[in-house]
Design a protein around this ligand. Structure first.
Ligand SMILES: O=C(O)[C@@H](CO)OP(=O)(O)O
Length: 248
């Protein structure tokens, strides 16, 4: 039996301001840092140890991982930062307030944009200063691989090869792995792992800063999964994420 822990970053500045974030590289708020520290403590107290960690190339996930590993006194473990764990790209929505967008286009439309499998926001125009074309983190990527928008389906398409080519082989070798990533890149991985239908994936939200444990059998099929930590806090955190698309 294998165990892997998934964790969405702690609250970011744009989570706090309720803005669509995607590939915008915003940092954690003080609350986000506290969430990461608390998660590290919970993991340590539950006896978890890790041999290897994966994160995105976005600082809200990287800093969350640093804080968790610091709290676990495990900053020495190898860390893979891979763009394929980045948040799903939110296209022209990046920077807009979610509640204002819901007031303008309706809550249903915002829910579809946030949670449906195939809907993508309008793409950024290639000359838009919000594109990631000139960011050093993506300098090695061919331009056509740098998205201007993405649906969850597109996010699955780029995250899946990382799972099969890198993460799964390391799990099979017996490595105990922590993945610190983002709401939608984790939804993408979990959809594949749990074989969640395109329709039902719209119901899945991931709270900030809560360690989610997956137990996998020898074929890496999930046996069970559970959040560590206080169930009331987790329910509240889940509710908070779901409500971000409300008009008021
Ligand atoms: O804005 C975003 O990039 C994501 C995560 O914060 O938001 P949502 O939960 O709306 O998909």
């Amino acid at each position: 039996m294998h165990k892997i822990v998934f964790m969405r970053h702690g609250q970011s500045i744009w989570n706090y301001e309720n803005r669509f974030t995607g590939w915008t590289d915003v940092d954690l708020t003080e609350r986000g840092k506290r969430e990461a520290r608390a998660a590290g403590r919970i993991l340590r107290e539950a006896g978890f140890e890790f041999d290897l960690a994966y994160t995105s190339v976005l600082k809200r996930a990287i800093r969350t991982l640093w804080i968790v590993l610091d709290e676990m006194d495990a900053m020495w473990i190898p860390v893979v930062c891979d763009w394929r764990l980045n948040e799903r790209h939110y296209g022209a929505l990046q920077g807009l307030n979610k509640a204002e967008t819901a007031r303008k286009y309706g809550e249903h439309q915002v829910h579809m944009l946030r949670r449906s499998y195939e809907t993508a926001a309008e793409p950024l125009l290639p000359g838009d200063p919000r594109t990631s074309y000139n960011e050093p983190a993506y300098a090695f990527l061919p331009k056509e691989k740098i998205p201007l928008t993405e649906s969850l389906k597109d996010t699955v398409a780029r995250a899946k090869p990382l799972w099969f080519d890198s993460i799964a082989p390391e799990i099979r070798k017996g490595k105990r792995i922590l993945i610190a990533a983002h709401g939608n890149s984790l939804r993408a991985l979990i959809k594949e792992l749990d074989n969640i239908s395109d329709k039902d994936i719209a119901l899945l939200n991931i709270p900030t800063g809560q360690p989610l444990v997956y137990e996998l059998d020898d074929d890496l099929k999930p046996v069970r999964h559970y959040y560590l930590g206080d169930p009331a806090k987790i329910a509240e955190a889940l509710q908070e994420v779901a409500a971000q698309g409300n008009a008021s």
